[in-house]
Design a protein. Structure first.
Length: 162
């Protein structure tokens, strides 16, 4: 089993898409746990606020299989392939960490967004504060403490029963 961390985000019917996306992930992955869900303003474009969180799970799936699974779940929930990078999203699933793996393909791991986006780093640090990202020298709690908090996030109430 490999421990993985996944970023989830949505700004189109966000509660519904996040909730259903988590249910789909729980069907395919073991021991799924989630961070607090945070709301934030859209970054890079004018649009509705986003809901973001990080999920932790265990899996026997390979990185390639996970990428395919995430694309299928996104598509199931109305994600349009080939849309602009900075645009509204029904559901966005990104693999952040896959155990201790560092790679460039099929995706870059650890994912760079960890270091650049509060909506990724804060919930990741919440789930695994003592964790050290492969290639980093300090733990996630320290990374979050040192992060220049320019983007505003606020926790929201979100109930997911699993």
């Amino acid at each position: 089993m490999t421990r993985i961390f996944i970023s989830l985000g949505s700004n189109i019917d966000a509660h519904t898409h996040i909730y259903n996306g988590l249910n789909d992930l729980a069907e395919e992955l073991d021991n799924l746990m989630i961070s607090t869900v945070y709301e934030s303003e859209a970054v890079g474009f004018e649009g509705d606020n986003f809901l973001n969180l990080v999920a932790q799970a265990d899996t026997e799936l390979s990185i390639e299989q996970l990428v395919s699974l995430f694309k299928a779940i996104e598509q199931k929930h109305g994600r349009v392939r080939g849309a602009k990078k900075f645009a509204p999203r029904t559901l966005d699933l990104d693999l952040l960490l896959y155990g201790e793996t560092q790679c460039e393909l099929p995706v870059v791991l650890p994912r760079e967004e960890i270091y650049h986006n509060a909506f990724v780093l804060q919930p990741l640090a919440e789930l695994w504060p003592e964790g050290v990202i492969p290639g980093a020298t300090v733990n996630l709690a320290q990374l979050w403490q040192d992060y220049k908090k320019q983007q505003k996030l606020w926790p929201i109430e979100f109930r997911w029963p699993r």
